[in-house]
Design a protein around this ligand. Structure first.
Ligand SMILES: [Zn+2]
Length: 400
């Protein structure tokens, strides 16, 4: 294969923008919609790549910021790229590092706050670890406090050193706490010019590094929860020659479906769209229905390591006393390795005793749960039962 990426649409959802398709990369195919597990530092925490593959995961996403700081993208490039470095031969995504460097600037809680509470304006916050100007972002390493600067060009050089099949343009991550004027300035002075700079550097690197499989680049749309800005950003970037698009930034939770729809109505239909950082089941349905094809999130694995497990009747915590003598799986309907082989009682015991195995078994289950949910959504779009499937699933999951 000489093209970095191909995308074929198979089925469309009646009365909405959802679709099924296939993304083809040099390291294999991804059937969409698909959930992409996150292995931040080129490792799925607590799992081997074989265990991850057995959950049905088709691809994984790694973080440019973390791999730049440790071990350094040169080390990964020397190994032949991230696929060989981490022994994962399937399709791989890398983010641009923008989320991590900017969340140091405004504070992680504000970046991820999606409640729409705009009482705090963060534009001129003082106690920060990152400084943004029109050239890029200076920031302090969370590891040793050393100073670094990310530009669109450096982000692309890092992502080409990593060698993931799908990369993302460097953008400015704004939050719901930034005011409207700041959102406009951010798009015009940074996110849009940075997209053009990312694209130019990406093309240069793909040509220069023709000994490596070609990589694809997705442009990232911002605009917070403003319809006019989301549409303008999608239209503007949609006319640039990206291989696909990232639906990024601040998404007010109660309007997530609308925000995704505004962007997808403006984007070229024949290119894949990736939603950054989504894994709550009702959000997954809203995003797919409105045109998102793939999404990633650290959450299923992160909560699993704390004993929080997804079931068809909602989230449970395995450490609760009620599981002490439950000599069957906590979710008898699940087909994962953990649920087929271990009882709730044993899993609770592992967590109570601080055994590492507990984190592994819990992560296997949660990753499988979300992967399977999205697989079922894909099947339901293909066979025309999506709306029934959605109603049944959400009624049961949010029954409390
Ligand atoms: Zn399971």
């Amino acid at each position: 294969m000489t093209k970095a990426l191909e995308f074929t649409i198979h089925d469309r959802l009646d009365g909405a923008l959802g679709r099924t398709g296939t993304i083809t990369t040099p390291h294999g195919d991804v059937q969409t919609p698909a959930f992409i597990p996150v292995g931040t530092s080129a490792a799925m925490k607590a799992l081997t790549v074989d265990q991850l593959r057995d959950t049905g995961a088709q691809a994984m996403l790694v973080n440019a910021y973390h791999l730049y700081l440790r071990p350094g993208h040169g080390v990964i490039d020397g190994a032949g790229g991230v696929h060989d470095f981490m022994n994962w031969q399937g399709p791989t995504f890398s983010d641009s590092g923008g989320f991590q460097v900017m969340s140091l600037g405004v504070g992680f809680k504000k970046v991820v706050d999606m409640t729409g509470d705009k009482s705090t304006n963060v534009t001129r916050k003082k106690d920060k670890l990152a400084w943004i100007d029109d050239d890029g972002v200076r920031f302090k390493s969370h590891i040793d406090g050393s100073m670094h600067m990310f530009t669109p060009e450096l982000s692309m050089q890092i992502q080409h050193g990593i060698g993931a099949d799908i990369t993302f343009a460097f953008d400015e991550l704004t939050t719901l706490h930034h005011d409207y004027d700041y959102q406009i300035e951010s798009l015009e002075k940074r996110t849009h010019p940075w997209a053009a700079r990312s694209l130019a550097e990406h093309k240069r690197l793909n040509d220069e590094r023709s000994h490596r499989p070609p990589q694809a680049l997705f442009g990232v749309i911002q605009g917070a929860d403003h319809e006019d800005l989301r549409r303008q950003s999608a239209k503007y970037l949609g006319e640039m020659n990206f291989d696909g698009y990232g639906l990024g930034g601040a998404l007010r939770k109660d309007a997530i479906g609308d925000i995704v729809r505004w962007m997808c109505e403006e984007l070229p239909e024949d290119k894949p769209r990736h939603m950054l950082g989504i894994s709550e089941p009702n959000d997954i349905f809203a995003c797919i229905e409105n045109g998102a094809d793939t999404f990633d999130c650290v959450s299923p694995a992160r909560v699993a390591r704390n004993g929080a497990l997804y079931t068809k009747n909602g989230r449970i915590n395995i450490t609760r006393a009620e599981f002490a003598r439950r000599y069957e799986s906590f979710d008898v309907t699940c087909d994962c390795y953990t649920c087929k082989n271990y009882t709730a009682s044993y899993l609770r015991h592992l967590f109570q005793s601080g055994e590492i195995l507990g984190k592994t078994l819990a992560t296997i289950h949660n990753e499988r749960f979300i992967v399977r949910l999205v697989d079922n959504i894909r099947t339901s779009i293909a066979d025309g039962t999506y709306y029934d499937f959605k109603k049944d699933f959400l009624n049961s999951y949010y029954s409390d």
